[in-house]
Structures are given as C-alpha cells and as structure tokens.
Design a protein around this ligand. Structure first.
Ligand code: ATP
Ligand code: MG
Length: 426
C-alpha cells in the first residue's frame, strides 16, 4: 500500500472522522472510472454529497484496480432519478439507482443509510435484515452499517479527500480485517458476513482480527440459516476472485464448511482441485457456475464411482445426480446449470475409463467435449495415474479434428462404395 503521510488516530473513539486531504493520499481522479466521475460531479454540482464508497476506495488506497465504482449520496433515489435521464431505480427491498451508460456500463448510486433503532424494527424478525438496509441516514451512519472497517472508507469528490469514520485507514495500513462494531452482533444480524470475512482476508492477504475469529467460532452455526440466494452469490464471488480453494480451506478450519456445503463431501483433493480452478480463472478464463459446481463435486464423484471399463454410464449418472441434486436444491440452482455440471462429471468419467468404448467418436465431436477435456486436464494434475489415458485421448481429439478438416472423407467413401455395389448387384 502506498504510504500514508499522516499518523492516523482511531476515529471510532472521538466521533470525529479522520479526513485525509488530497495531498495525503494516493487516489487520483484519473484512476476513477469516467462514468462514475460524471455521476459524482453532477450530484455534487446539484448540491448533494457525492462520495465514492465501499470496495473501490479500499482498492485504490491499496494500489489495486477496483472491480466497480459505487457512489454514495445524500440524494434520495427519486432525487437521483430526476438528475439522470439514464437512471433506473432497482431493487424492491434495497432501493438503488442504476445509471446506465453506453456499452452496458453501469454506475450504482445508493443513498446513505443507517442502522435503525431497536424500537423502529418491524415486529416480524424475518423482515429485519431488509428493513435495516433501507433506512436513510448520514455518511457517518452509513459507514457504521457497513461490514469491515476497510470497506467503509469514502472518497469525497467535493474536495478529493478520503474520509474515515471507522478506523479503516489504520486497518489498511496494518493489513487487518476488522469488523465495525461487535462481530458477534454483526454476525447475528447477517451471518453471510462470516463468509465475507474469509473472502476478503484471502483476496487481500489480510490478517483476520481475533475478535472476528472468536465470533465465527461462536456463531458458525448461523451460516446455514442465512439466505441461500445471498450465500450462492458469495460462493460464486469466491470463484470469480480466485480464492475458492483457499477460502474453503479456511472455512473448514473455522467450522463453516459443513454449513456452506452440507450436501457435498469434501476430500483433500477437493481443495486442490478448487485451487487449480482458481489458477485457471487467474489466467483470464471465464468461470461458469457449472464448472464451480463440478469442481466441488468431482473428487467425491470419483471416490463413489470407481472407474472400471465395465462400469456403465448409467451408474455414473446416478452417482452424479445424487451428489449434485441436494446442493442444487438447497441453493435453488437451475436445472440447466446442474445438467451442465453433470455433463462435466460424466465426461470425466468417460475419459477416465479410457478409449475404445461405445460412443467414442460421437463424444469426441460433441461441442461440449473441449470443456470436459480442459476440466479433466486439471484433475489429471491431481490424479497422475490418469496421465497416460489423457495423452491417448488428446491424440484422438487431434486426429478427430484432422479428420474434420477433410483427411477422413476418402477412407470413409472407400469403405462405403463396395457395400453399395454389393447391394445393387444382388
Ligand atoms: P468487491 O466489489 O471488490 O467484491 P466490495 O467491498 O465492493 O468488494 P460488495 O459486495 O460489492 O463488496 O459490497 C459493497 C459494499 O457494501 C462493501 O464494501 C460494504 O461496505 C457493503 N456491504 C456489502 N455486503 C455487506 C454486508 N453483508 N453487511 C454490511 N455491509 C456490506
Ligand atoms: Mg463492489
């Protein structure tokens, strides 16, 4: 992280934010997405507070490239809408303004929110989380409702300063992930934060504060009661950020793995395979949910479905279904994704059985087969006993491709002609 010039006091104690003027931090406007800048400037010119918030400020201060640039403002969603023709209000529960730009680009604008008092909460407990998300507040209140101190920093477009209400600058310097408020309470409010703690620690290579670790230990059982849709999204974030293997290992250490993947048996090779998938994503290859799913399940699949040439594909299909279905049901994962994951598993099973079995040439020509080969190649880095078979298959794939370029036509015709002649002569 670029060095901060100022000694940072803990502002959580004083109630006064730490404000770093432009000269004392490294964020420059030319690092900020031009569309986000446009939005910030227009809000500001119309007399509203306009801050860059959340992950983008954290990443810019760390010298990393932000994934997206979110804006926080004191303008209400409806006020934002009146300022931008290209604004769409989204989210029934968490009302947000999406400002859309050409090229499918989007800037998300959220009104500052606060944690409501106990007395304001709805009677029905189930509605708490969403209610809490939607009470408007001031910037300080908005900072305190966020999860970790490093995720609650603001960049103010009015004077280009960085504003820290929660001690996030100090924690960035110390590379520590610290919860805002009491982690026990914050995990009770939203158990997904436990998974996010592991994710950010892995992504940024930050130490997790002891209080968080102890609270995870005491509240791990709550994770399985969190919204499955949000957990599913966070699980995919692990894969997108190439930390799935590492976070799953941490989750096992902290007692969260069984809560997250109650239906998937994890073997030591599962962590290895996930790390190889992460490496593949780091090389810039897109990560689909079906591949993530197949990666989570493949080691258990091979353990339950020993590969013998005599083993029928239907047996393998049954094992794959038994492993995939309960998890997909828990997380409401669509049938199409489940079937694609199943095809990856069954494809690996075919490859592991070796060449020369029925349906080989159709399999080799199927448009999905290259994806299976790529996935199986990862598995071969773990199970070296399959390397010879895989090399053999690669040869078959190459010659099949060769046949498609025309080399195959003549021998085929040669075989057919005598048969037709025989038929005509009889
Ligand atoms: P990135 O987008 O790089 O993954 P991020 O920090 O922007 O990281 P998001 O998931 O996009 O993470 O969330 C944006 C911000 O919203 C976070 O920085 C954090 O301040 C706040 N936030 C997100 N999820 C929660 C949560 N469960 N509880 C409290 N605050 C949250
Ligand atoms: Mg973000």
């Amino acid at each position: 992280m670029p060095e901060l010039k100022k000694i940072i006091l803990d502002p959580e104690d004083s109630g006064v934010p730490c404000v770093l003027p432009r000269a004392e931090h490294c964020i420059s406007r030319n690092q900020i997405d031009e569309h986000a800048l446009k939005v910030l400037y227009r809000l500001n010119r119309q007399g509203h507070m306009a801050y860059l918030v959340g992950g983008s400020v954290r990443d810019l201060l760390l010298g990393r490239t932000p994934k997206d640039f979110d804006v926080g403002t004191d303008a209400t969603p409806n006020q934002v809408k009146t300022l931008f023709r290209n604004c769409f209000l989204v989210g029934r529960r968490f009302r947000l303004a999406h400002i859309r730009f050409r090229g499918n680009l989007l800037v998300e604008v959220a009104t500052f929110r606060r944690n409501p008092d106990e007395s304001e909460l709805p009677e029905n407990d189930d509605e708490h989380f969403h209610f809490v998300q939607n009470v408007f507040g001031d910037p300080r209140e908005d900072a305190f409702r966020r999860d970790f101190t490093i995720n609650a920093l603001f960049y103010n477009i009015d004077d280009f300063s960085v504003i820290d209400h929660v001690g996030g600058l100090k924690d960035l310097e110390e590379r520590t992930l610290r919860m805002i408020g009491d982690p026990l309470v914050r995990f009770e409010e939203d158990p997904v934060r436990m998974l996010r703690a592991l994710e950010f620690s892995a992504r940024l290579d930050f130490t997790i504060d002891d209080e968080i670790i102890s609270a995870i230990d005491q509240r791990s059982h709550l994770l399985s009661s969190a919204s499955s849709a949000r957990l599913r999204e966070e699980i995919m974030e692990l894969f997108r950020h190439r930390v799935a293997g590492q976070v799953c290992e941490m989750a096992q250490l902290y007692g969260l793995l069984d809560q997250l993947f109650a239906d998937i048996p994890f073997l030591p090779q599962t962590f290895e395979l996930l790390k190889l998938i992460d490496q593949r994503t780091a090389e810039g290859k897109p990560i689909r949910e079906s591949l993530a799913l197949a990666g989570l399940v493949l080691p258990a699949f091979f353990e339950r479905c020993p590969v013998e040439r005599s083993q029928h594909i239907n047996d393998a299909l049954a094992v794959a279904d038994k492993l995939l279905r309960p998890h997909c049901l828990t997380y409401s994962i669509a049938q199409g994704i489940r079937c694609e994951a199943r095809d990856l598993l069954i494809g690996c099973f075919r490859l592991a059985r070796g060449r020369g079995l029925k349906g080989e040439s159709r399999f080799l020509r199927h448009p999905f087969t290259p994806q299976i080969f790529e996935f199986f190649a990862l598995w071969c880095q773990i199970d070296h006993s399959l390397n010879d078979k895989f090399a053999n298959w690669l040869g078959a794939l190459a010659s099949d491709a060769g046949e498609h370029t025309g080399e195959r036509k003549s021998p085929r015709r040669r075989r057919r002609r005598p048969r037709r002649k025989a038929a005509m002569s009889s």
